[in-house]
Design a protein around this ligand. Structure first.
Ligand code: HEC
Ligand code: HEC
Ligand code: HEC
Ligand code: HEC
Ligand code: HEC
Length: 455
């Protein structure tokens, strides 16, 4: 295997794009024009927006007071099940997240705080919109702000200006917007909101571009939109707000005082974070994430004789995810094939994608992920200095990727057993080390496996 795309993370190579004052000014201007230029956007809100309004600086529109967004503890009283599900979801942890904080604080330090609000808009939207961020350390946060992406942020979004970089307009207050509008709640009004039933709602955050370089940091929504599931009308909610992988319904009531419904949207928002949830001790969430990872892919392997001896062709098929696998912050995650071939006495005759020293995956492995280059052309895992995509190899929804391994260059002499595993790490060991997460040994999670005898 001939891939050299593993990280070179020597601190000497660190390039500090934001630090020069001129660059800071350009960055601020670019951010301004970027926001100001978003006029040709798709209107998905339940009201037609005044085009002039979209031109206004969203930061100015979204200025509220501490307490304007209600605490999730209030919602808990009447929506106990939804609360329980959400309270252990990645949305609840979005700010305190042990993987987010070190990355965020590093960005803040290296850019003299220029990234604070940008990161916070997604990871602590209530804090930003009630002016509790900055300062970056969260010392001004009230209890609601600390709870990441909470009920009242999502259910008081009035408009999506564009499904990118949290370009939304909030209207906290009595009206809670959701998928129905026909319920009776004594505490609040309900309003039907089409965008809450659409992937565009998720896309407002699950689509991230660097505000200056425009490098695509996260493309889950755009990728879904261009893929087969959008065509078939299968939304993010159909896979991530249902009881497990697949489209199973969850009949019942969203509140004990509410009406009986044939499907109540679940709020686990389960993705691939089985390792994170295990560390939190959230067994149900750990299990759900595991099911998601295992539902995503299938493997097919075939051995054939060629002039290079016996070759093993492996296909990785994305059979269960509505977007590429992996998706999201793949620059700190890793997915790869682990191949082992043993002869009839059990001795290993070929291996690829195994661990080397320091719990790293053999750097010669072909990884499924995305990596960035900074302005000086160096590889980097720091999203805030990403200038362009350096490498992007992932498996499209309902598509596949094929790799060929030269397992027995001398040809056959007896019987062999090949084992192929598709592996996933929610954080590469390099990223964990670079973030300085003390003593973190990241495990590889098996997403799929296939075995083959060759004779
Ligand atoms: C006093 C009880 C009560 C409290 C407190 C409460 N709700 Fe509700 N809520 C209800 C009831 C009842 C319904 C109607 C459910 C049904 O019939 O399907 C409802 C419905 C909703 C809906 C669905 C709207 C729609 O029509 O699609 C949303 C969203 C919602 N609540 C959000 C919240 C949020 C956010 C909070 C906390 C800030 C909250 N609720 C607090 C009782 C309450
Ligand atoms: C990340 C955004 C987000 C967060 C956080 C969130 N919700 Fe929701 N919620 C949604 C979306 C989107 C839907 C509609 C899903 C669909 O159409 O399938 C929904 C649906 C609902 C419904 C209607 C369920 C039904 O099917 O009748 C209620 C009630 C509700 N949410 C309450 C809450 C409460 C209470 C919390 C906090 C404990 C919360 N939500 C947190 C996005 C969110
Ligand atoms: C306000 C921004 C925001 C909105 C709106 C939002 N998300 Fe998220 N979502 C995030 C962030 C930030 C994280 C990561 C939090 C962390 O791990 O630190 C996340 C995490 C997730 C994960 C967990 C992935 C994992 O690693 O396990 C899933 C799944 C997910 N979101 C699905 C959705 C869906 C579906 C919707 C729409 C109904 C949605 N999100 C709406 C910001 C958002
Ligand atoms: C057909 C079902 C399906 C649809 C539709 C779908 N997803 Fe997923 N999603 C999955 C599966 C399965 C996984 C687990 C595999 C993985 O982590 O890549 C996943 C993983 C994720 C993750 C975690 C990625 C990681 O490993 O960190 C996020 C975030 C996410 N999805 C968001 C979304 C958003 C946002 C949408 C809509 C734009 C969406 N998904 C649409 C099935 C789906
Ligand atoms: C427009 C929304 C948005 C912005 C802005 C944003 N993020 Fe995120 N972030 C997300 C989403 C969505 C996820 C979850 C994707 C996934 O699960 O793969 C995420 C996940 C992460 C994670 C992984 C957390 C985990 O537990 O695996 C880190 C680290 C992170 N973000 C750092 C940052 C930093 C640092 C910034 C600012 C430079 C930032 N993010 C800005 C949306 C955003």
């Amino acid at each position: 295997m001939k891939n050299n795309e593993h990280w070179e993370l020597s601190p000497a190579k660190k390039q500090n794009f934001f630090k020069t004052p001129i660059v800071v000014v350009i960055a601020a201007l670019a951010l301004f024009f970027f926001l100001a230029s978003c006029t040709s956007n798709e209107q998905t809100g339940d009201e037609q927006a005044d085009p002039d309004e979209s031109q206004k600086d969203l930061a100015e529109i979204n200025q509220f007071e501490a307490g304007d967004f209600e605490s999730p503890d209030i919602c808990r009283g009447c929506h106990p099940e939804i609360y329980d599900q959400w309270s252990k979801s990645k949305h609840q942890y979005a700010w305190v997240d042990e993987f987010y904080q070190p990355d965020y604080l590093k960005a803040s330090k290296e850019t003299d705080g220029l990234t604070d609000v940008f990161c916070g808009e997604c990871h602590a939207p209530v804090a930003v919109r009630t002016q509790q961020l900055p300062p970056p350390d969260g010392s001004l946060f009230d209890d609601t702000s600390k709870r990441g992406i909470s009920c009242d942020y999502c259910h008081t979004v009035k408009e999506i200006v564009e499904p990118l970089n949290v370009m939304t307009i909030s209207a906290p207050g009595d009206i809670k917007r959701g998928p129905r509008g026909d319920g009776e709640a004594s505490y609040h009004e309900v309003e039907y909101s089409e965008m809450h039933t659409d992937s565009v709602f998720c896309g407002s955050c699950h689509n991230v571009k660097h505000p200056v370089s425009r490098a695509v940091i996260i493309d889950t929504y755009d990728d879904w939109k261009q893929g087969p599931y959008a065509q078939e009308g299968v939304r993010c909610q159909d896979c991530h707000m249902t009881p497990g992988p697949g489209f199973e319904k969850n009949p019942g009531k969203s509140s004990p005082m509410g009406l009986e419904r044939d499907h109540v949207a679940t709020h686990y928002f389960h993705g691939g974070s089985t390792f994170f949830q295990k560390r939190k001790g959230n067994e149900k969430q750990e299990e759900l994430a595991m099911q998601m990872l295992q539902a995503a892919a299938e493997l097919e392997a075939e051995a054939a004789l060629s002039e290079n001896g016996v070759e093993l062709a492996v296909r990785v098929k994305n059979v269960g995810a509505g977007h590429k696998i992996p998706t999201g912050v793949t620059y700190i995650r890793k997915m790869w094939l682990e191949v082992t071939v043993v002869d009839d006495s059990g001795g290993t005759v070929y291996s690829s994608g195994h661990l080397v020293e320091g719990n790293h995956v053999d750097p010669d492995t072909e990884f499924y992920r995305k990596t960035f280059r900074d302005a000086e052309g160096n590889l980097t895992q720091k999203s805030w200095i990403a200038e362009e995509i350096a490498y992007d190899r992932r498996i499209p929804a309902k598509g596949y990727d094929q790799q060929v391994f030269e397992i027995l260059p001398e040809g056959l002499s007896g019987e062999y057993q090949a084992t192929v595993r598709l592996m996933y790490r929610s954080m590469s060991q390099e990223a964990a080390n670079e973030m300085g997460i003390e003593g973190l040994e990241v495990p590889g999670i098996e997403m799929a496996r296939t075995e083959l005898s060759i004779k």
